[in-house]
Design a protein around this ligand. Sequence first.
Ligand code: HPA
Length: 273
Amino acid sequence: MGAEFERLRAALASVREECALVPRVGIVLGSGLGGFAERIDVAASLPYARVPGLPVSTVEGHAGRLLFGRVSGVPIVAMDGRVHLYEGYSPADVVAPVRLLGLLGATTLIITNAAGGVAPRLEPGDLMLITDHISTLVPSPLAGPHEAELGPRFPDMTEVYSPRLRARAHDAALRLGLVLKEGVYLQMPGPAYETPAEVRMAAALGADAVGMSTALEAAAAHAMGLEVVGISCITNKAAGLSPAPLSHEEVQAVASQAAEEFEALLSRLIALA
Ligand code: HPA
């Protein structure tokens, strides 16, 4: 058995001692979405620090706990807080929680984040369904000795973001009367926001939005066979596209303003997923 799978099995055993609920849907709550906890009929709340092998988030606005419960009757587990490469964690650490969600039984993974808009059509407050991603600028969580329990050596990445779930997300948005845009997400290493030249590079590479998470989690979950869907909250125009400097406070403030719509969309998507 590989070292990573071994570590995850230990985490799984410890979580199972605390909560027997088998989730169908896993959710990663990005910046500003902590309030989604109130939409969950919570059965158990488990701080990451209590689970051996799980990394603990150090960023303001990212609590660190697994929430088990039901949304619209669907058994779910939510990651309230995630860890990032820029905190000094390895790619394997970054994806350990989503892999754990898969081992807990989730077959669908909904990933959310806050992102900067690169495409001029994306405005602060917009919700963007991720159609594809670019992760080439950050190290892969799949590098290292192959662990067959966590997926094939050479996973196909043609459809990381499930066309079926993307259609369900559009259905959910339509029913709520929300505009759901679409685009390609580029994961940057952070923690600095991009320079204007890097944002022009991102545009030239085909990105519509930039952020510091998500692609690695999506890649690891997809490799494990989970059906993945990702949604970004565009919190700002990326550097150089607006005269204002970027700040974490602004990102959090816009994410909080958009949270109610975002949470409604998530709830509806869970019911349809
Ligand atoms: N760049 C990177 N990450 C982000 C941004 C951004 O402009 N906004 C929110 N997260």
